[in-house]
Design a binder for this molecule. Structure first.
Ligand code: CP
Length: 324
């Protein structure tokens, strides 16, 4: 267990050691138990978190805000469009100024080619921890919640096979942040990771290289498949969701046209039957119902999606209590 995390940013789990991530999970399980028992745990009394959103959110906003209240503090909800950012407030100014008012700054900025750099620039100027509520490259709190859920459902993740798969969606070009963070963290915990995607839906080569290195060090494995059905075969965890063709084109319309070639990549009951008998289905939500995944799978007995959503609360409270 690591007890010296005060002041640390969390932008990607790759920048935290496995010991530090184990500490987060340990504290998250404890806070989940304490909440279930109705035991107060005001570990951040009088502390304030600024939550700066450049993009919409249901779960992230609600869970960070609830988490801060349960820890005895407060969360400020700030939408970029109601600030002076469009009129000139720079990332450095945001880091300096929000850092002087608050005890932590959480940011969601998912614009491709912008988000991660923006969050890092704020962190550079901030005197308080900066937490990544999702950028164009990473979604660390989602994936910590996912790992917690896998441990709850399956026990020790080492040796489990997870299919991190593209699925079709028509709503919008979703960021690469979930699959990228997922292949990075699952390989560090010794899982056998399959990345299943059409050729136009590659992830960033440097992230794939890091996942390969993680697998080599942890004793897990990492492979890339291009056959949607094969990805499901005998998997213990199926995590099939959509993302955009950002590395093929940055044009939204062209990306949508490319995606439409794969409209049959839907997580359905036939495909789930190819997975292990006790396989679970995971998705961070929101999902394009009956396009990306069928109602039968999303609402079925193997779906872990509501536990994933709940565990956002517990892992975020753990990281805030440890860092702020
Ligand atoms: N999974 C997730 O981040 O949900 P929101 O976009 O609703 O915050």
């Amino acid at each position: 267990m690591q007890t010296h995390l005060r002041g640390r940013d969390l932008i990607t789990t790759q920048e935290w050691t496995k010991d530090e991530i184990d500490t987060v999970l340990d504290v998250a399980f404890d806070l989940k138990r304490r909440r279930a028992l109705g035991e107060p745990h005001p570990l951040l009394r009088d502390k304030v978190l600024a939550m700066l959103f450049f993009f919409s959110s249901t779960r992230t906003r609600a869970s960070f805000e609830a988490g801060m209240a349960q820890l005895g503090g407060h969360a400020q909800f700030i939408e970029s469009k109601t600030t002076q950012i469009a009129h000139g407030d720079t990332a450095t100014e945001i880091g300096e100024i929000l850092g002087r008012y608050n005890d932590g700054i959480a940011i969601r900025q998912v614009d491709w080619g912008v988000g991660n750099g923006y969050i890092r620039a704020v962190a550079e100027a901030s005197r308080v921890p900066v937490l990544n509520m999702q950028c164009d490259w990473y979604h660390p709190f989602q994936i910590l919640a996912d790992l917690m859920t896998i441990i709850e459902k399956k026990g020790d993740p080492r040796g489990l096979t997870i299919d991190v798969s593209y699925a079709y969606a028509s709503s919008y070009q979703k960021p690469l942040s979930v699959p990228q963070s997922l292949i990075l963290l699952a390989t560090r915990f010794g899982m056998n990771v399959r990345l299943t995607r059409p050729p136009e839906f590659r992830l960033m080569p440097e992230v794939v290289a890091e996942a390969e290195e993680n697998a080599r060090r942890s004793g897990g494995s990492f492979e890339i498949l291009e056959d949607f059905d094969e990805g499901f075969r005998d998997a213990d965890v199926v995590y099939a969701k959509s993302w955009g063709a950002m590395l093929t084109t940055t044009d939204e319309e062209e990306s949508a046209r490319i995606a439409s070639r794969y409209s049959d990549w839907i997580a359905d009951e036939r495909r789930m039957a190819l997975a292990a008998d006790d396989a679970i289905y995971m998705h961070p939500l929101p999902a394009d119902r009956n396009i990306e995944v069928t109602d039968g799978v999303l609402d079925g007995p193997r779906s872990a999606v509501f536990d994933q959503a709940e565990n956002r609360l517990h892992v975020q409270k753990a990281v805030m209590a440890l860092t702020m």
